[in-house]
Design a protein around this ligand. Structure first.
Ligand code: FMN
Length: 415
């Protein structure tokens, strides 16, 4: 488990070793849902709306959740009495669990200092950590905090022959990022209504309501005083070192357009010699296209319901994409993961690993520095229980159980 060396550990009757900190936190926050509830009370309103809201009326988020909830795994008993291991190999590197921290822009809006906390927790627990192009720490800082688990996500900066994009990739390479993740699913800008109504708009200004929210959230205020206002640190070399939030937003509006075309994916494939992943696949034909271009992996995702709420749930597209790809590339998924059971559902339906976004921000909003580690601990615990319960001795055994998946998409008719 995460952090077992740093604090006193105890062996349970099940043979599982848990840290004293995990036990104490687990009593108050036994699931990610408790962290979400606590984060809502502990952070200013705008911060919660930023981390929690989706496109439109949150219909995409609701669909991700209900589609995952609807997946049933039929157990087989008499097979195992233990908790199976969950370590996994991804792109030639071993991780403690098939669970990664999804790339997120502006996590420090959710909780000042969140970028550092996420990176450090992933390194301590040895799970993948994907730094977003629009995160609050630089590529070099992320690599220093999470040297063994560092992946880098890139948005499209196509101006002047991809000058900024190619330079970001050069830096990621120099810093030792293990995987480059190209996000494909933001071809247009869309509106997240709760975020807008909460005051996260361009041009940005701190409204009296926001200031009052910070003033009445003592933990958040303390962390803000310690870490300062977030900066888009990966991009500051291009927008000007001292660029504030508005200067950076203006830079982004001028430089960051749409999402990568397949022709551009091919160019990045040529440049990047380590594992390349595309993120945001929902159609087997797009997966096919990516594999044909030589990508090593893909993330089935609807961007956590944050783009347009009429997209299918990622879990519903997963089996068809996994079947189309087979063993030619590593299929992963995100969007809606709130528990270790959800991760097991994704594995059972063909993913090698799953990523979570919002769950980690709820964790950091509820518990600051200890939040992301607790989310990992909870989910690892839940993964092992879910596997043991269905009679799986390994992660891949989960694929042998009978599964009811009412939302599974069938692409045969219109592929
Ligand atoms: C606050 C926030 C910011 C995000 N920023 C990015 C980003 O910069 N790049 C990206 O590829 N995805 C971004 N995402 C999407 C996540 O990488 C991931 O696809 C999504 O959060 C998964 O769904 P979940 O939140 O239900 O776990 C963001 C998500 C959130 C919640």
């Amino acid at each position: 488990m995460h952090d077992t060396t740093a604090v006193a550990a105890r062996k349970l009757a099940t043979g599982q070793v848990v840290s004293a900190r995990y036990e104490a936190l687990h009593r108050r926050f036994p699931t990610v849902a408790y962290l979400r509830q606590h984060a809502r009370r502990r952070v200013p309103h705008f911060a919660f709306e930023y981390m929690d809201g989706g496109a439109g009326a949150d219909g995409g988020i609701a669909r991700n959740w209900s589609s995952l909830d609807a997946v049933e795994l039929v157990p087989r008993y008499g097979v195992t009495t233990g908790l199976p291991p969950v370590d996994v190999e991804l792109f030639g590197r071993r991780y403690a669990a098939p669970l990664g921290i999804a790339p997120m822009g502006g996590p420090a809006i959710a909780w000042p200092g969140a970028d550092e906390y996420l990176a450090a927790a992933a390194q301590a627990a040895r799970v993948p950590y994907a730094l977003s192009t629009v995160a609050g720490i630089s590529i070099e800082r992320a690599a220093a905090l999470a040297p063994d688990v560092f992946w880098f996500q890139l948005y499209r900066f196509a101006k002047d022959e991809h000058k900024v994009g190619f330079d970001l990739v050069r830096r990621a390479d120099a810093a030792g990022a293990h995987v480059l993740m190209l996000t494909l699913d933001v071809p247009v800008r869309t509106t997240r209504s709760r975020e807008v109504a909460g005051g996260i708009v361009y041009p940005f200004r701190i409204t009296p309501r926001m200031a009052a929210g910070v003033a009445t959230s003592p933990g958040y205020l303390r962390s803000l005083l310690k870490h300062g206002i977030t900066r888009f640190a990966c991009l500051s070399p291009y927008a000007g070192e001292g660029a504030g939030v508005n200067a950076m937003a203006a830079f982004m509006q001028g430089e960051q357009r749409g999402a990568f075309t397949w022709e551009e994916v091919a160019r990045f494939r040529d440049r990047w010699k380590r594992p390349l992943v595309v993120k945001g696949i929902l159609h087997p034909s797009d997966a096919e296209k990516a594999v044909g271009l030589g990508v090593d992996g893909l993330v089935v995702s609807n961007h956590g319901g944050r783009q347009v709420e009429g997209l299918p749930a990622a879990i519903d597209a997963l089996p068809a994409v996994a079947a189309a790809v087979g063993k030619r590339a590593t299929v992963m998924m995100d969007s809606g993961i709130r528990s270790g059971l959800d991760v097991v559902r994704a594995i059972a339906l063909g993913a090698e690993a799953a990523f979570a976004g919002k769950a980690f921000l709820w964790g950091v909003g509820a518990l600051g520095a200890h939040g992301p580690g607790h989310v990992i601990d909870i989910m690892v615990d839940e993964m092992r229980s879910a596997l043991g319960q269905i009679g799986a001795r390994t992660l891949t055994d989960a694929r042998s159980v009978v599964i009811r998946h009412p939302g599974a998409l069938n692409f045969q008719s219109n592929m």
